[in-house]
Write a protein that binds this ligand. Structure first.
Ligand SMILES: *Cc1c(COP(=O)(O)O)cnc(C)c1O
Length: 402
């Protein structure tokens, strides 16, 4: 009924793609040998380093997030190596499984589905590794299945406190350009991300950032698969080596535009926008949950992502609400990925190209869905959310400009 008109994909990736990004991609194939595309590509690397807050190396792969998981691992982890995998949801498990697929021995610490990594347990595990077998610690900054956000700086501090030499590898696929992240300051050696979440570009390219320590470990590998090897991709002497073949031409144009949009708004302002939007969503959920079953999956706000929020209802209700919002209102919410029972959960994706009126629209849609489906809920959620946005936006307007 109300699903006619523009639809809204409010899932945690692919996120909403700005018209500017789509328009930049809508073009004939460019000359791949020389000229504009080469200049554009060279210009992407400094901006990719800026969004990850690193001075070190950035590489672009034709791959989704799973692809750059493997790309990063392939450069530093081989048959017989050991990695420590910190699990706060389905994506941590998945990255660990990928390391196992490359022949590594996996040690895992599982922190459950609703809490961040506990650095003390990481320190203890590394202290127990007296032979120094653990080559890398794998951590997911924001696990998209649970909405848990880990204090990555504290994980580095735990590695240092144990006096351990392991690399710190961080999955920022859901969080780059959403949650505040400082690769170099936090002591992350390898970061991975993909195009289709905070970076607002269609799925299909991914990124690996690595520092000199990581590259020294790469240098000690007996064998690195040719396609995933990051060294030629960082070496600008031959354009085709950046991509080990044909460049992802149209994605590069889209990414250029997306990075320009982030630079125009300012990364700090982008982070602050995500912070405030997340706060508005959480306050709405708290009101709904004050008189009904709805609850945010992660109790501690410090441990919550600013890009995705996982929400629990009663069995079946998550699926009902998702179906109602899509079929009646044209809003698609994320499903309860890897949760049990999955049908009790849904997720708000609130990453990337997202303005205040979109947030209020999604919250209003869910509010209507709860009413239509007779799911018990407290009233006043939209009031609470709009108060957050009003407070954050302030009243410093330019009336002359209207
Ligand atoms: C989306 C996501 C992935 C997987 O990315 P794909 O592009 O779907 O392969 C991995 N980790 C996190 C944290 C993600 O959010």
């Amino acid at each position: 009924m109300f699903a006619n008109g523009p639809a809204y994909l409010a899932i945690p990736g692919p996120s909403v793609m700005p018209d500017r990004v789509l328009r930049a991609m809508h073009r004939a194939a460019p000359n791949i040998y020389t000229g504009e595309l080469h200049d554009l590509t060279h210009g992407l690397f400094p901006d990719l380093k800026a969004v990850a807050k690193t001075e070190h190396n950035a590489t672009i792969y034709i791959a989704n997030g799973h692809g750059v998981w493997e790309a990063a691992l392939s450069n530093v982890v081989g048959e017989g190596d050991t990695v420590l995998v910190l699990i706060t949801g389905r994506f941590g498990e998945g990255w660990g499984e990928m390391a196992a697929g490359l022949g590594a021995t996996i040690e895992t610490i599982n922190f459950g589905d609703s809490a961040a990594v506990d650095p003390a347990q990481v320190e203890a595990a590394l202290r127990a590794d007296t032979e120094g077998r653990i080559k890398a610690v794998l951590t997911v900054f924001v696990d998209t299945s649970t909405g848990v956000r880990t204090d990555v700086k504290a994980v580095r501090a735990a590695i240092d406190a144990a006096g351990h030499d392991a690399l710190l590898m961080c999955d920022c696929i859901a969080s780059l350009g959403c949650d505040r992240f400082y690769m170099d300051d936090w002591g992350v050696d390898i970061t991975v991300a993909a195009s289709q979440k905070g970076l607002m570009t269609p799925p299909g390219i991914g990124f690996v950032w690595y520092n000199d320590k990581a590259d020294r470990v790469r240098g000690g590998m007996t064998r690195v698969s040719n396609y995933w090897d990051w060294r030629p991709r960082t070496d600008a002497t031959h354009y085709f080596k950046f991509f080990n073949g044909t460049a992802p031409t149209h994605h590069l144009y889209g990414l250029r535009e997306a990075l320009d949009m982030i630079a125009e708004e300012g990364l700090d302002a982008v982070w602050a926008r995500h912070e405030n939007i997340a706060q508005a969503i959480w306050e709405a959920i708290d009101v709904w949950g004050s008189d009904g079953p709805m609850q945010i999956n992660v109790p501690d706000p410090e441990q919550r992502s600013r890009a995705v929020t996982s929400v629990r209802l009663e069995e079946g209700q998550g699926n009902q609400l998702r179906a109602w919002c899509e079929q009646k209102m044209g809003v698609t919410l994320g499903l309860g990925l890897g949760r049990d029972p999955a049908s009790a959960y849904f997720r708000f994706g609130h990453m990337g190209h997202l303005s205040g009126h979109m947030v209020m629209g999604v919250l209003g849609t869910v509010d209507a869905g709860l009413k239509a489906l007779n799911i018990p809920h407290g009233s006043g959620a939209l009031e609470a959310a709009s108060a957050v946005l009003a407070r954050a936006a302030g009243a410093d307007i330019d009336v002359a400009k209207v």
